[in-house]
Design a protein around this ligand. Structure first.
Ligand SMILES: *[C@@H]1O[C@H](CO)[C@@H](O)[C@H](O)[C@H]1NC(C)=O
Ligand SMILES: *[C@@H]1O[C@H](CO)[C@@H](O)[C@H](O)[C@H]1NC(C)=O
Ligand SMILES: *[C@@H]1O[C@H](CO)[C@@H](O)[C@H](O)[C@H]1NC(C)=O
Ligand SMILES: *[C@@H]1O[C@H](CO)[C@@H](O)[C@H](O)[C@H]1NC(C)=O
Ligand SMILES: *[C@@H]1O[C@H](CO)[C@@H](O)[C@H](O)[C@H]1NC(C)=O
Length: 501
């Protein structure tokens, strides 16, 4: 994943530095000797550069923080007195450090929730940090978190609620959209690069005439922050996964038809699964809170490590990005209970994936595009580079890869990844292992996408065969890995039928 991520960045840099003539020269070098088979045609639609970066980030952390933290609300009504906001020990570096140590690549802050209280000193309202006792009204939480993220080398994102229960012009479409866009411009110009902008469809049911001018918001975001992925129910860059449990569909397409969905509408099932015929590339993001609420409340406990790891498998392991909320407390710190779970979550994931039983295998295939000396040779599934992949012969949509692990290995998790920069293709697959001279199915599924992780009963075997049973076009497999989750009593020790994750 790291390799793939950096490759993408370097390549873009190279494109800019070399320019067209440099690229032509590189191309000429490559064709000296015998010409390699060119890559297969992409299958539309394709991810944009920023969407590929998003997908490879895998883990994004949400920080819900504001007057609700002090009032004990999940959704304040906009009347809480700013004087209650006083996080005397606020240390955004602690938030960001714990996020980074737990593997998160981006942090998103609730700059404004539906109560309307702004965590930055907006010029357009006094309902903000500047009317609070915190730092005598001179504080700016957006500044502190964005600075901390930059110092720790991770990316920064923002949420600004469309519904504003404090602002008097809310309900007047013209004036409120002007207000929202004014605040948007503050957030997008004062705090450096924004990696993701998160918006929901939350709306006052009584404000029947209130319309959000999403198109002008989204174009403004892309104009001011071209690398920012915009999350809303239907994208444009990242879609909601249809629930707040952090669970993607077992079938999970990165495509959908944006025209079929309106923000805030009842489209949960469609968003959860995506659409194999979708015209728009809008991968899902799986939002979930580490606590029962989105905001910190006294006496609530964080989820267990096993439950967080389960979410990891059901989000990142199903072609989704995991967006985990960890709410800072009234002191302005992540609670030690939550920090402990985040650290243990990371060490458990690292432990499961520390040893890839497939890493030294001999790989063969039913066929290989351009033969085994081509750029699409089978061993490409063993390196970390997601832009290098095995491809079967032109036009073949059902094919298999065989891994000889060298000796018996014990495992109960498989990782499969497609080369999604050329489109998401696989519609059906199954995995067999050799047991006493017979092939036995250990897992089966539909989509793979950026990453699929399947858990199954623990097996011991030397030979593994991955069948791609059906695909929209030639399957392009970028990565395969086999792992052992040793947590006792967990993982899956059931039979094949009820073990398909
Ligand atoms: C904020 O409060 C100051 C001081 O009372 C006032 O002058 C200013 O007009 C207020 N601004 C807004 C946007 O309400
Ligand atoms: C999405 O759009 C494509 C192209 O118009 C269409 O074939 C497909 O049926 C649409 N999906 C749904 C669920 O309507
Ligand atoms: C917030 O968390 C920190 C770190 O665990 C702790 O020291 C502090 O007492 C907590 N604040 C509240 C109000 O619980
Ligand atoms: C490999 O594992 C299989 C299945 O558990 C077992 O039957 C076989 O004896 C093992 N082979 C060796 C060489 O250990
Ligand atoms: C798997 O377990 C289920 C439920 O116990 C059972 O009904 C089914 O027959 C089993 N399947 C196999 C292949 O053993």
């Amino acid at each position: 994943m790291e390799g793939g991520c950096c490759r993408l960045d370097v390549d873009m840099g190279m494109v800019i530095r070399l320019g067209l003539f440099g690229l032509l020269a590189l191309g000429a070098m490559a064709v000296e000797g015998s010409a390699p088979a060119p890559p297969p045609l992409p299958v539309m639609p394709l991810p944009s550069y920023r969407q590929l970066r998003f997908q490879r980030q895998e883990q994004v952390m949400f920080f819900h923080f504001g007057v609700n933290t002090f009032a004990g609300n999940e959704q304040g009504d906009g009347t809480d007195d700013p004087s209650i906001f006083n996080p005397e020990g606020l240390d955004a570096r602690q938030w960001v450090r714990e996020a980074k140590n737990a593997g998160f690549k981006v942090v998103i802050l609730t700059a404004k929730h539906a109560d309307g209280f702004c965590l930055w000193p907006s010029a357009y309202t006094n309902y903000s940090v500047k009317s609070s006792p915190w730092k005598d009204g001179k504080g700016d939480v957006v500044r502190e978190v964005s600075d901390a993220a930059r110092e720790e080398g991770i990316e920064f994102g923002l949420y600004m609620s469309p519904w504003d229960r404090h602002e008097p012009v809310y309900g007047d479409t013209l004036r409120y959209n002007e207000y929202y866009l004014g605040q948007l411009r503050e957030l997008l110009t004062m705090y450096g690069p924004i990696s993701q902008f998160f918006v929901d469809g939350n709306k006052d049911p009584a404000a029947v005439d209130m319309r959000y001018l999403f198109d002008s918001w989204f174009d403004t975001i892309h104009q001011l922050q071209p690398n920012a992925n915009i999350f809303s129910d239907d994208g444009p860059d990242v879609r909601w996964v249809g629930n707040e449990a952090g669970v993607a569909g077992t079938t999970s397409w990165s495509m959908m038809n944006r025209s079929l969905v309106t923000i805030g509408g009842p489209f949960e099932d469609y968003l959860n699964v995506g659409d194999p015929y979708g015209q728009d590339w809008v991968p899902p993001e799986c939002d979930v809170s580490i606590r029962p609420g989105w905001f910190w409340h006294e006496n609530q406990q964080p989820k267990t490590v096993d439950s967080l790891v389960d979410i990891y498998f059901k989000s990142i392991g199903r072609n989704c990005v995991m967006l985990l909320n960890a709410p800072p407390n009234q002191t302005g710190l992540l609670q030690e209970t939550d920090v402990a779970m985040l650290r243990e979550f990371r060490s458990t994931i690292d432990h499961i994936f520390s040893k890839d039983m497939a890493s030294k295998s001999q790989v063969s295939a039913s066929s290989t595009r351009g033969g085994e000396a081509s750029p699409f040779r089978t061993e490409q599934v063993l390196n970390d580079d997601l832009e290098e992949y095995w491809a079967p012969e032109e036009g073949v949509t059902a094919a298999y890869l065989t891994l000889d692990l060298g000796s018996n290995k014990t495992f109960n998790v498989i990782k499969l990844q497609e080369a999604v920069h050329l489109g998401q293709r696989v519609r059906g697959y199954h995995v067999d292992v050799m047991q006493d001279g017979e092939w036995e199915v250990v897992t089966m599924g539909t989509t793979i996408g950026y990453k699929k992780l399947d858990r199954f009963k623990q097996v011991q075997s030397q030979l593994v065969r991955i069948y791609i049973d059906d695909a929209r076009a030639s399957p392009l497999i970028a990565s395969v890995g086999l792992y052992l989750d040793t947590r006792s009593g967990l993982g899956c020790d059931m039979n094949v039928t009820n073990c398909v994750s």
